[in-house]
Design a protein around this ligand. Sequence first.
Ligand SMILES: *Cc1c(COP(=O)(O)O)cnc(C)c1O
Length: 467
Amino acid sequence: MALNSPEARDLAHHLHSYTHLPSLERDGPLVLERGEGIYVHDTHGKRYLESVSGLWNVVVGFSEPRLVQAAHEALKQMPAYHTFFGRTALPPVVLAEKLVEIAPMEVSRVYFVNSGSEANDTTIKMLWMMAKGAGEPGRRKLISRSMAYHGTTVASCSLNGKPYIGAFGLPLPEVRYVEAPHYWRNAHPGESEDAYSERLASELESLIEAEGPETFAGFFAEPVMGAGGAVPPPAGYFPKIQAVLNRHGIPLVADEVVTGLGRTGNLWGAETYAFTPDILVTSKALTSGYYPMAAVMLSPEMDRRLHRAAEEIEEFPHGFTTGGSPAAAAVALETIALITEPGGLLDNVRAVGPTLEAALRRFEDHPLVGEVRHVGLLGALEIVADKAGKRPFAPEHAIGERIVEMAYTRGLITRPIGDSVIVAPPFIITHEQIEEMTQTLGDVLDELADAATREGMGPEVLAASAE
Ligand SMILES: *Cc1c(COP(=O)(O)O)cnc(C)c1O
């Protein structure tokens, strides 16, 4: 790493998010300079295929002139404004109308913030305020799921079903977790998907009845678990969960930050998995990452409850200075147009989704692949050291870090999460580029399999160390 190179300067003074710090010290950062379609170029001119759309979000690719133009026009017209004190610029008004029109459920009002985390935090405050306003201040508890990801602010982070939140002394005491609906990993032998979903729904109901329905404010779920490893739900899961929640008057919050606006092959995960959220949170694809923005969408009943709760103090005492930014809203409107117009990106997701699925299914015979998961333009290969026993590699082998490095060498940016390699390419990807991406991924997994054999990382070693 050359002295004063962007990489050296980054290492010196820039703190990274969710980054394995020993690997960063050893290998240095990847500094990117420009983008072109599904590819990005680093400061040395090396080109990479971005197989995960940045962080699932850059769905239009890295060089969409229409979004640049939309931002430019908005910044010229009205560069910045807020939504406090009954004031607003025009683009958030138009965007709210648009989201009401395309929502998967009846929506009467939309609230804008800057990020998915803020949207989930906002939703929690709304739920608590609604409960209090309805004379049920005891409805404080929030249900999430193991492996869930809902963000990084204090309350959103508390919903993450991951051990690292303990580093912050979280979760908040109000949070309860139910099991992640991962059929391949968690179902009993011989249990059907439907029976597994039924069991999870009755476990949820037992929790609610044991602690008292009158203590619960809401249930949060990603239609497809994203940072939990790209895990689609088993058959029947959401309708069964929804029936339990409805019986006990507990709102269902769909965190569609990953699934929203096309990723699953429909505009919304709620459509793909046949349920009706009370509140829907959308962010990542909303602006394709070109501008920060997220939205909380409220059903008529949620909107009524919030307004009733606000009567006493005559306001919703919450807001972010840059929430509802006119430039962000303009970029969102253009992104939605790109996704929904005839021949647009949603049509492409539907056209190339089967190609991705076929390409991923070819890995089912690979010695390192335990499970292949797929929906729309989202997929995962679950990496195992022992295919039959579904056993992962031991953590000290740092399989994820090795996969990233091997992929970099071949010009591929990939994202291992836990033991899964995720693919979530931009919606503009072509059939040929899907072949290129999965071919490279295959080369990486073959190299890893060779290394595992050579270095004795395989099942024999694990079996031996277990004795
Ligand atoms: C990324 C993500 C969030 C958090 O969004 P930020 O914009 O990073 O705050 C919340 N929920 C899900 C499902 C996500 O994938």
